[in-house]
Ligand binder design. Structure first.
Ligand code: THU
Length: 139
């Protein structure tokens, strides 16, 4: 089912709000994400950095891992807010993680201007490797 315009607006708002909790003392780049899960619930996340820089976790992955830990196994849409003048799409690692639960998810990017991007995960990560390549059903 395609998310309605009202749901998309709700996700965008939730992503902006989630950025307020960002733990990003190293990059000072406060990102927020909100996902619409299979149950219809919205889960949010923010980027959580670490003094060991390679362990930084993006907002999108925080939101998806939170949803998965709550038992969700489907991602229908992801909204991400970045504190930038133009909208930016999720990084490669996050695209792969979104693919696990939402190979056809809607991906919406918003920022500090009216600029926005609305696309789908399969456009951002074509020919993705995922559960289907292992012949696995989701547990
Ligand atoms: N970041 C995200 O949380 N999501 C994105 O889509 C882009 C990058 C975070 C990772 C790191 O904490 C900071 O932004 C700078 O890259």
């Amino acid at each position: 089912m395609k998310p309605t315009a009202a749901l998309i607006r709700r996700l965008e708002k939730a992503a902006r709000k989630a950025a307020q909790a960002s733990y990003s003392p190293y990059s000072e780049f406060r990102v927020g994400a909100a996902i619409l899960a299979g149950s219809g619930k919205v889960y949010t996340g923010t980027n959580v950095e670490n003094a060991s820089y390679g362990l930084c976790n993006c907002a999108e992955r925080t939101a998806i891992f939170t949803a998965a830990a709550a038992g969700e196994r489907q991602v229908r849409a992801v909204a991400v807010y970045t504190p930038t003048k133009t909208a930016t799409t999720p990084c490669g690692a996050c695209r792969q993680v979104i693919n696990e639960f939402g190979p056809e998810a809607l991906v919406i990017s918003v920022c500090d201007s009216a600029d926005r991007i609305q696309t789908t995960l399969d456009r951002l990560l074509p020919a993705a490797f995922g559960p289907k390549n292992l012949g696995r059903k989701k547990a």
